[in-house]
Design a protein around this ligand. Structure first.
Ligand SMILES: Cc1cc2nc3c(=O)[nH]c(=O)nc-3n(C[C@H](O)[C@H](O)[C@H](O)COP(=O)(O)OP(=O)(O)OC[C@H]3O[C@@H](n4cnc5c(N)ncnc54)[C@H](O)[C@@H]3O)c2cc1C
Length: 418
């Protein structure tokens, strides 16, 4: 198929091949995980044995050495064809491990050999299956730029208090990555700057980290997106990393949001591709009834035609956005990214997110029309896909009610500060 997304790099080829190898097994397990609202731990074992977990880990540490955002998105779309919940979980892990790989590259050029060594040990942990990451920025009543979960300075370290929600993959993760508020106190910000956002990765086993086992949702039921409370969690000094001013976009924070969340859209393309596949099977079935085969009905032919157009548009937009992002990163490889340019990239990301989510929801809806009433039954996979795909517009940053305003502003050269 001409619009089908293919790898653009050699490393991406290995990653995408690995994701394709697990599609069937993910499908076999997905309906049961959905029915029970549980994360299937066997999926994690398969992500490990196929090498998917180590996608961004450099080759000499046993990973695929992936760098292309395009290929990352395509791999996530293949996982989405298997199970959207698993695609979300893996994406969160890969987003954090990609960040670790970037920090490692930067640390090698600096004098901070301790950091280089620490990251290399973490790479080994990831490859051996001892480190699987979830990531959270979401809290009630605020957005990613204004975290309320707070790190307070104490002797030899920090105390963390707060509540995070929607922490996908946390029932099977070993570590959580998250953002925090560090208040403007003299001892933390000597130059009297404003409050900052800190980033931290800590083991979920840390005392005071309390997982809530409260994931009951409309869809993505196999994603384990439970809440986590942090109650007087002590962490050592050097674990908190300042990443920008609290409540204010910076180039770094914009790029963080861009890169961590863009590939998530691959998951929703994958769900739509799965639904399309099921619709085609249903259309071609010879019914044991007085009716002719569905595919001979003009109404079905029209719907299939529309689905093909939507799938092609969605793939084209995902593929092009992947290429735009890869080219962007190549252009700014050794230079600071101007904040306006980071906004321009997020604007393109938001336009693509708009199209992908609307099309994906519409494609699954149409697949249900093609499959007919039997698709409405719980036991039919289409009914799960119909619920799962609806999560897409909620992915950060920018809900549909905010996205158009943001896109319009950036097009007009008004770059939002927060
Ligand atoms: C299945 C699933 C998995 C997820 N996994 C993760 C994860 O692993 N990690 C993570 O950090 N998060 C995760 N999330 C959370 C997700 O990224 C969103 O943060 C969350 O769903 C809330 O999004 P919201 O935009 O509806 O925000 P809410 O705060 O719930 O917003 C409420 C409503 O107010 C509107 N609104 C808010 N501000 C404005 C404004 N200025 N103008 C107009 N309207 C506004 C919003 O658009 C929305 O309709 C997950 C969500 C889902 C559904």
């Amino acid at each position: 198929m001409s619009y089908e997304l293919r790898p653009r790099t050699k490393e991406g080829e290995s990653f995408i091949e690995a994701t394709e190898s697990v599609i069937k097994i993910l499908r076999d397990r997905a309906d049961n995980a959905d029915k029970k609202s549980i994360v299937n731990v066997h999926n994690l074992a398969d992500m490990l044995s196929s090498g998917i977990i180590g996608a961004f880990i450099p080759k000499n540490f046993g990973g695929f050495g992936l760098t292309s955002i395009h290929d990352w998105m395509v791999g996530i779309s293949r996982l989405g064809q298997g199970d959207g919940s698993v695609a979300l979980m893996v994406n969160m892990h890969l987003a954090v491990s990609r960040g670790m790989m970037e920090t490692w590259n930067a640390s090698k050029k600096s004098t901070n050999k301790k950091l280089t060594k620490k990251l290399e040990l973490q790479f080994e942990q990831i490859i051996s299956g001892n480190m699987f990451l979830c990531a959270t920025a979401t809290e009630i009543g605020t957005d990613n730029l204004h975290p309320f979960t707070e790190a307070t300075r104490v002797q030899d370290g920090w105390i963390i208090n707060g509540k995070k929600i929607f922490v996908t993959g946390s029932p099977i993760a070993s570590h959580v990555a998250m953002n925090l508020l560090i208040r403007n106190k003299k001892e933390t910000t000597p130059n009297n700057e404003e409050d900052v956002i800190g980033a931290v990765i800590l083991p979920l086993e840390t005392k005071g980290v309390i997982t809530q086992d409260d994931w009951q949702a409309m869809g993505m039921r196999g994603s384990g997106s439970q809440s986590i409370f942090f109650e007087n969690v002590f962490i050592p000094e050097d674990i908190v990393r300042p990443i920008g001013q609290w409540g204010k976009w910076s180039s770094g924070l914009l790029m963080n949001r861009n890169l961590a969340n863009l590939p998530l859209l691959g998951a929703f393309l994958g769900i739509a591709e799965h639904a399309y596949e099921l619709a085609l099977v249903a259309a071609k079935e010879k019914p044991k009834s007085i009716r002719p085969s569905n595919m001979e009905l003009p109404g079905i032919q029209h719907i299939i035609g529309e689905m093909e157009i939507s799938i092609s548009t969605t793939r084209a937009m995902v593929g092009q956005m992947g290429q735009i992002t890869d080219d962007f990163l190549k252009k700014y490889k050794n230079q600071k990214i101007p904040i306006e340019q980071a906004h321009e990239l997020l604007k393109d990301h938001q336009s693509m997110k708009w199209v992908v989510n609307r099309n994906a929801i519409d494609i699954v809806n149409k697949a249900l029309d093609v499959v007919g009433g039997s698709g409405y039954l719980d036991k039919n996979t289409i009914s799960r896909l119909y619920r799962d795909v609806r999560a897409g517009p909620f992915m950060q940053p920018y809900a549909p009610s905010e996205a158009r305003e943001y896109i319009g502003k950036v097009v007009l050269g008004i770059y939002p500060e927060n």
